[in-house]
Design a protein around this ligand. Sequence first.
Ligand SMILES: [Zn+2]
Length: 481
Amino acid sequence: MKIPLKLLFLACMVCLPIEQIHAEFQAGAATSNITPHLGTALDGTISINGPVVAIYDELHARSLVLDDGETRLALVVCDNTMIDRSILDRAKQLIFEQCGLPTNRILISATHTHAAPRVTPGLHTNPLNDAYETFLVRRIADAVLQSIGNLAPAKIGWTHFEKPEFVHNRRWFMKAGSHMGNPFGKSGDKVKMNARGDGLVKPAGPVDPEVFVLSVQHLDGRPLALVANYGTHYVGGYEKGHVSADYFGHFSKRMEALLESDDFERNGPPFVAMMSNGTSGDVRATNLRETNQMAAWEQMKVVAESIAEDVMQAYPTIKYQADVSLAMEETELSLGVRKPTADQIVWARKVWEDYEKSPNQKFGGSSNPVVYARETLALADYPDEKAIVLQAIRIGDLAIVASPCETFAETGLAIKQRSPFKDTFTIELANGSDGYLPTIKQHSYGGYETWPARSSLLEVSAERKVRSSLLEMLEGLKGKP
Ligand SMILES: [Zn+2]
């Protein structure tokens, strides 16, 4: 009897161990330069940083694509302060049109370097900023498309360690009678951001000292990519108008220098490292009780070098798997916007009218009433609800969750603790830029991160809803084969 070839093939497949019939695990990585032109505005809603006058170091989008034969997903980290959802949706759509990768398999985050554009449509009237938005969309897509072009058989592993030196909660309870700097002229705040001097009592929240290291190698052991994750806001020390990728960029360059080994013949695309931001909405790199100095310009390199050294110590201990399964979930969550009351609008109109009569007054700064008057009027025109994007990724028994907010350390810690996965890390300012995300308790303490503005606009219970949605998504991923 003649057995059809197809049946013979199927019979052989059945006999093979499962690892051998799995399509092989592949990875590809690439970078693209996303430095803005001189003259592009760096202003945010609160901080006024002027147009670009100098490039201290170049900005990049760094991309890693993973593929287990069934699921393909992309992870992109951009050297920007924050990027609006509409821009990232355009980039995802372009990627989908160019290569068919579904938009809900693409995670794009901003590092939160403060020496880079805040990419928010409608915030600037400068035509260079409009041009930057289009440029950024294309360059993010380029990084992902190149990563797909670089896909090669790979193995993946991870480790984590603690690095407490550069994580310090920046919200402080203050002694009674301290000046709290509330721009609305109210005195209900219990905590103050970046407070310094004699009035400090204790930090208002925890920090997450974990550095997470996800490493991808070629099958022969050649480093292919490395994704690190750490929860500190940024290092800073910039001069106005200067562009820099901050410690995030210096760390990536340092890792590339350390791991681009001469032991291997250079016969493929370069190794790519990236540092994603964890949950650092309330965390700074220096302890203001020990130093009341702001970071010096070179401090970003000191931080980058120190973390890179520790990563190099941990790197040889990483155990790799070449047969790992991937899964990804995306959900949209609709949250209320903290719209101003009628009284607040009356206050804002008065402050803004007075400002317009004497425009020589200072504009900008995190406790300037004029800024918050403008923000109050901006929020008055907002829709009542905002839909935000949440994502969760599973790589074997590792999970990654992504929120589009400046998420507080305690939220990241709670997700790590309750995650059904052995290892979990969190990426903030991903897939959008929806402001600070204080917990209900932190809202009751007040302070900069809670003051209503486009930098803090979601409903008071938003954190609870985001946290439980992300945990639900993790449970869903855990249940998947
Ligand atoms: Zn911030």
